[in-house]
Write a protein that binds this ligand. Structure first.
Ligand SMILES: CC(C)(COP(=O)(O)OP(=O)(O)OC[C@H]1O[C@@H](n2cnc3c(N)ncnc32)[C@H](O)[C@@H]1OP(=O)(O)O)[C@@H](O)C(=O)NCCC(=O)NCCS
Length: 187
């Protein structure tokens, strides 16, 4: 088995790697993974997604890492870097993807470790990952030291606060749904 090498994917490489990236994303979404897309995800939409990242990669507000075996892309993961000054310590890990044939061999672990290095390199020591409760990634992340409790945010030099995520569903008929405020759907 060839060793896995994890490295940054540059914006200029996205076009060339798009077929493999699309396979990774569409395969995982269509298998039911929680990645922000609803299945079925068609290749054209997947392609559009990957190309849309180029601007952020150039701007430095996102890092894309690829895992390669024999120069073939077998996995990917991202780090989103909020630009707001109060969040300059924070990085969010997104879209961890490993090709089906390469799973169970530590590729996700290698990607996570490299993403942590990338975050630390940018002085982003507060790493966030949002996943579905019960997903294997939840257990894995807990094992890597991730915690579920309130998050301490902000710049170390400033006052630090716990962050609370508040939500309500404005389309909830039992709650505060106001049909008069909903614009009619086009068409
Ligand atoms: C989740 C995913 C990235 C794991 O990739 P992988 O390369 O197979 O994972 P690894 O081999 O590095 O294993 C990482 C850890 O997760 C555990 N794990 C991985 N897949 C698992 C599964 N299906 N069930 C239970 N545990 C699992 C492993 O036991 C391992 O823990 P360990 O090192 O303590 O033994 C891969 O299955 C995938 O791409 N899934 C579809 C996309 C997805 O769901 N991404 C996560 C979104 S947050």
């Amino acid at each position: 088995m060839s060793p896995t090498r994890v490295r940054r994917i540059l914006s200029s490489e996205i076009e060339r790697l798009t077929p493999d990236l699309v396979d990774l994303l569409c395969g995982s979404v269509n298998d039911g993974a929680a990645l922000g897309f609803l299945p079925p995800l068609l290749p054209e939409s997947g392609r559009h997604y990957w190309l849309s990242l180029q601007e952020e990669l150039v701007a430095g507000s996102r890092v894309l890492l690829g895992a390669f075996a024999d120069d073939v892309l077998i996995g990917a993961g991202q780090l989103a870097l909020p630009k707001w000054t109060a969040m300059r310590r924070r990085a969010e890990i997104q879209k961890l993807l490993v090709a089906r044939a390469s799973r169970g061999r530590g590729v996700e672990r290698a990607l996570m470790s490299a993403l942590h290095d990338e975050a630390l390199f940018r002085h982003r020591s507060l790493v966030v990952l949002i996943t579905r409760r019960g997903d294997p990634t939840e257990q894995f992340c807990r094992g890597m030291g991730y915690r579920e409790d309130a998050m301490v945010a902000g710049d170390p030099a400033s006052e630090r606060h716990d962050v609370l995520t508040l939500y309500q569903d404005l389309a909830d008929p039992i709650g505060t749904f106001r049909p008069d405020l909903v614009a009619p759907r086009p068409g």
